[in-house]
Design a binder for this molecule. Structure first.
Ligand code: AMP
Length: 422
């Protein structure tokens, strides 16, 4: 009788099991390759930070800060949060470590777990893994396009085809003075029909009324005034330039004036890539410009733009479309030792093979030829290498190609060359 599990992973978290971990590794490698092609360098920050960092940057009236942070107090009564996102920590670190010199551009990328206390469902977790980039030190619209280009290239290189890239400009604080006023006046007319969160948003964060997921609110928002009609001259010029650079780069996008992003620090360009083969949890990645964040966090006035995306959503999209994650790891060779006399020779051989970087498996617990052959097949090794009394006497080795079922005996001295070549 099997015992019930005494412990389970916390709700909203999951183990990345061996049958899945190679997929994560493959996707991470693809991300690193593109980061290197675009000349980004990795930055790794702690997974917890003082809670105030996120309250100030993400915004105290956002869902993330209001409802979703994992907050804890340490033994000295300091209040920390498990990081819900990666941009604020990167900005904190850039300021603290003086990484950004005036007139230079810093290009940084990060990978790692984020934590949000949200209602778990497929594609939405309490611990999830993000990749992200930050381009720090430029206001130029070309760099908005370059960051978007990176995002587009990454998704495309994974083989995902059913996606759409949408961009918007949410203007600057100056544009928002007028725009927030018209939004408040528009949505106030529908107050009784709005969800409780949108009720609050009228007073605290009017732009977020535009991306509420509740269907009644969405229907109302369809007729709301659009930010693109309220951009000041500079923001309008910036946005048109971003679009022109995307056009030069041949990157397909749609303009969606409802993309406002949930975090307070964004200004001007906002963008998202959505998996069009799914209806829910379909945001693959999102980003935007955050020119005011450095000053908010005590740094000098430093423009920046970046994006972040979730690995779980990418893997989901790839699995749904049967896309390839490279090969599942398997040994090159599985050593079968027949009889006690062959053990010392066999161990010498395994050492030699592993020293040469040939992935070799051997299971000392199995003795019979049949059991070892079965184990070799289960391991998905390409070759079974058989070493018994005959082979020892003649200094040979029997090699069975487990894909083709062909078996031959060769001089041992050719083994390594044979395995390296094949
Ligand atoms: P955000 O920081 O909310 O803009 O999220 C950026 C990306 O992270 C989203 O587009 C998703 O791909 C991913 N993401 C955000 N929240 C979660 C979550 N709770 N579970 C899984 N992925 C998430």
């Amino acid at each position: 009788m099997s015992k019930a599990n005494l412990y389970k992973a916390p709700r909203g978290t999951f183990d990345i099991l061996p049958g899945q971990s190679y997929k994560w590794q493959w996707i991470t490698e693809k991300f690193r390759e593109i980061a290197s092609v675009f000349n980004y360098r990795e930055i790794v920050t702690p997974i917890f930070e003082v809670v105030d960092l996120f309250e100030r940057s993400v915004g105290s009236t956002t869902d993330i800060v209001e409802k979703e942070m994992y907050i804890f107090t340490d033994r000295k009564d300091r209040v920390f949060a498990l990081r819900p996102e990666g941009t604020a920590p990167v900005v904190r670190s850039t300021i603290e470590n003086h990484l950004q010199k005036d007139g230079n551009i810093s290009k940084l990328f990060y990978l790692g777990p984020m934590f949000r206390y949200d209602r778990p469902q497929k594609g939405r977790y309490r611990q999830f893994y993000q990749y992200g980039i930050e381009l720090i030190g430029s206001r130029h619209p070309y760099n908005d396009a370059e960051v978007i280009w990176f995002a587009d290239m990454f998704v495309r290189n994974l083989g995902i085809k059913d996606f759409c890239l949408e961009i918007n400009s949410i203007g600057c604080p100056k544009c928002s003075i007028e725009y927030d006023k018209v939004l408040v006046s528009f949505f106030s007319k529908y107050k009784p029909d709005l969800c409780p969160d949108c009720h609050n948003r009228i007073a605290t964060n009017p732009k977020r009324l535009l991306d509420c997921k509740v269907s009644k609110c969405r229907t109302i928002a369809k007729d709301a005034p659009l930010i693109l009609d309220y951009l000041d001259q500079e923001c309008d010029y910036h946005f048109k330039n971003v679009c022109s650079y995307l056009d030069y780069l041949n990157i397909k996008y749609d303009i969606n004036p409802f993309i406002v992003r949930g975090l307070d620090y964004y200004n001007r360009t906002a963008f998202e890539i959505t998996d069009t083969s799914r209806k829910t949890q379909n945001a693959l990645l999102g980003g935007g410009r955050y020119d005011g964040l450095f000053a908010t966090l005590g740094g000098s006035d430093t423009p920046a733009i970046g994006f972040a995306g979730g690995f779980e959503r990418l893997i989901g999209a790839m699995e749904q479309n049967n896309l390839c994650f490279g090969n599942e790891p398997a040994p090159d060779a599985y050593l079968i030792i027949i009889g006690d006399r062959a053990v010392p020779e066999g161990l010498k051989l395994i050492m030699e093979l592993r020293d040469k970087g040939i992935k070799t498996e051997y299971n000392i617990e199995k003795n019979s030829l049949k059991a070892q052959m079965k184990a070799a097949a289960n391991s998905k090794a390409r070759y079974a290498l058989m070493l018994g009394d005959d082979e020892i006497d003649t200094k040979t080795i029997t090699i069975k190609d487990l894909d083709k079922g062909i078996q031959n005996t060769y001089p041992q001295e050719y083994l390594i060359t044979f395995l390296i070549k094949s």
